[in-house]
Design a protein around this ligand. Structure first.
Ligand code: SAH
Length: 218
């Protein structure tokens, strides 16, 4: 489906806004190519190009576009990587990653969200993304080690299991902190250990399970 003029110019304006804080042209170009309006619920489409998170059902959110861009930039992708995303949600971040890497494995704990994202990504032609429903383990060791890992849910600490799934020289980007406020952290795995930098404050929905926060009682 061709973009309407209005959608095109709204997306362009969003990219211009993000470019004030994100310099990586490849990342900006990818944001400019992904139809965010398709990843939000029908009733929220009018807000798809505002720079803010939006609800996607199941008490989850599609991240703020600026945060998507900052996290993607911090992964320093060159195009030949296999990337792991933890927290598929709507599939939007996975679509952005798919334009910048060779293969994307994206894991989600809520089957309904995983199914919806998988269908949408296939419909839109993002054929190098594989969505998986994750169980108890965090991540997806079977397809690792990964050159880049992005976690789009907040964790009290960076899970050791994810560092194990990261290749030497690989980058892990994850929000770390309390349930309500976190710091975006970039960790590089080197032969001398993990090197950690803070990228700034952020606010994400919680990572649930053994490596994150306790699952809600059902
Ligand atoms: N990246 C998404 C936004 C993610 S919201 C997007 O672009 O739309 C965070 C997601 O992480 C939610 O869908 C939540 O269900 C999922 N999640 C939380 N804990 C998880 C875990 N342990 N493993 C996989 N997914 C998890």
């Amino acid at each position: 489906m061709a973009d309407t003029k209005a959608v095109e110019s709204a997306r362009h304006a969003l990219v211009a806004e993000i470019s004030r804080e994100v310099a990586d042209v490849r990342v900006l170009r990818a944001i400019g190519r992904v139809p965010r309006e398709r990843f939000v619920p029908e009733e929220a489409r009018g807000y798809a190009y505002e720079n803010r998170p939006l609800p996607i059902g199941e008490s989850q959110t599609i991240s703020q576009p600026l945060i998507v861009a900052l996290m993607t930039q911090a992964l320093q992708l060159e195009g030949d990587e296999t990337v792991l995303e933890v927290g598929t949600g709507s599939g939007y971040q996975a679509a952005v990653l798919s334009l910048l890497a060779q293969r994307v494995i994206s894991v989600e704990r809520i089957p309904r969200l995983a199914e919806g994202a998988e269908r949408l990504l296939a419909d839109l032609g993002y054929s190098n993304v594989e969505v998986r429903v994750s169980g108890d383990r965090v991540g997806w060791p079977d397809a690792g080690p990964y050159e880049a890992i992005i976690v789009t849910a907040a964790s009290p600490e960076s899970p050791a299991e994810l560092l194990d799934q990261l290749a030497m020289g690989g980058r892990l980007v994850i929000p770390v902190g309390s349930r309500t406020l976190q710091e975006l952290v970039r960790i590089v795995k080197t032969d001398k250990g993990a090197v950690r930098h803070n990228l700034g404050p952020c606010r994400f929905v919680p990572l649930l399970g053994s490596s994150g926060w306790p699952e809600p009682a059902s």
